[in-house]
Design a protein around this ligand. Structure first.
Ligand SMILES: *Cc1c(COP(=O)(O)O)cnc(C)c1O
Length: 362
């Protein structure tokens, strides 16, 4: 029997077993073609069907309106830190950013390097323990856009409510919680996400962009860097990352099969509640400093009474076939990342282990 452990890694991360098995079954001879999908032309009928179904799955599951295009790009979410200001900040405009932690800072750094940028809210003085409320952000109204990081993967905080930015386009880095709940796409100018958390393996990034922003984007950019290059070509301007997009298609087939975003949200609430409850019930043995209203359902960060105990916790969890519980090196501690494909049983197993570990190590 195949061994599968509970993988709490922050990304790349656990993927649905049915998607992996489907890929394995049809890998060497793709649907009778006598070759694998990754060996054939990206302009042939087999890949074409995969590509359009991946896009159709995204549109259907996220309920993307006709006003928005969906692009599949390379360079991860990271390249979007640069592509967004390059395309969407006119020469005489300022780009506004919300600084909620490590990923927001990277987006800000690239935007600053490329032009006029301001941070309109920062959680830094409160150790990034919460996201701003919708009324805490004030804009002049003539900013190029407002950028938020809607789930901070490293810090473990998440937006539940989005600011109303009026006519200023709202842009969100949704890398680590896209598809984990229904979202009103029409209220965003642009949403982007690296695939390797909730959508599939690493290798592609999804960009959902309002069409008028493509039309009014800055001209004269290198071809790959311009949204206007990719949109009319259905993201087939150059060779796409065919395997990543194929795996994303299979992952999203699975999301549809088990019940779509409502089901993903239910599961995310159940999983994260199991772990946050285990923290709350521990009399301070486990500690999550994040404000309860901002706590991420995807990335649950917590500390133990000492770093030695954290090391022991992570090692013993691994003995019980739970991996990836080490917090990001920049913040330390523990982090349980529980994306769409994490079974509820994984969270139950971790919650039980947390109670037992505490009993044995207090
Ligand atoms: C992982 C992550 C990124 C970086 O994604 P890459 O695909 O590695 O470039 C950016 N933002 C957030 C919120 C992330 O979680």
């Amino acid at each position: 029997m195949t061994k599968r452990i509970f993988n709490f890694s922050a990304g790349p991360c656990t993927l649905p077993l049915p998607a992996l098995e489907k890929a394995q079954a049809e890998f060497v001879d793709y649907q009778g073609a006598g070759m694998s999908l990754i060996e054939m032309s990206h302009r042939g009928k087999h890949y074409d069907a995969v590509h359009s179904q991946a896009l159709a799955n995204l549109r259907e599951l996220l309920d993307v309106p006709a006003t928005h295009d969906i692009l599949l790009l390379q360079g991860g979410a990271t390249l979007q830190f640069a592509m967004i200001p390059m395309n969407l900040r006119a020469a005489d405009k300022t780009a506004a950013y919300v600084n909620t932690g490590a990923w927001a800072k990277k987006a800000v750094a690239d935007a600053k390097g490329l032009g006029e940028t301001k941070v309109v809210w920062s959680g830094e003085s409160e150790q990034f323990k919460r996201v701003p409320g919708p009324n805490e952000i004030s804009l002049d109204g003539d900013e190029a856009y407002l950028h938020i990081t809607s789930n901070e993967t490293i810090g473990g905080i998440e937006f539940n409510e989005y600011p109303d930015t009026g006519s200023v386009p709202l842009i969100a880095d949704m890398s680590s919680h896209i598809m984990s709940r229904p979202v009103d796409i029409s209220s965003f100018g642009l949403i982007y996400a690296g695939a390797q958390k909730n959508l599939g393996p690493a290798g592609t990034a999804v960009v959902i962009i309002r069409k008028d922003l493509i039309d009014s984007a800055n001209k004269g950019l290198p071809a790959y860097m311009s949204y206007a290059t990719h949109a009319p070509k259905d993201s087939l301007y150059n060779t796409p990352p065919v395997f990543a997009i194929y795996m994303m298609k299979l992952t999203l087939d699975w999301v549809k099969e088990v019940g779509g975003l409502e089901e993903m949200e239910k599961r995310a609430v159940t999983r994260s509640k199991l772990i946050y409850d285990a923290i709350e019930r521990s009399d301070g043995y486990y500690n999550c400093p994040m404000a309860p209203a901002s706590r991420s359902r995807m990335n649950v960060c917590f500390r133990l009474p000492s770093e030695d105990l954290e090391k022991k916790f992570i090692a013993e969890a691994l003995d019980r076939e739970m991996s990836g519980l080490k917090g990001h090196r920049s913040v330390g501690g523990c982090r349980a990342s529980m994306y769409n494909a994490m079974p509820i049983e994984g969270a139950e197993t971790l919650a039980r282990f947390m109670a037992e570990f505490r009993k044995n190590n207090s």
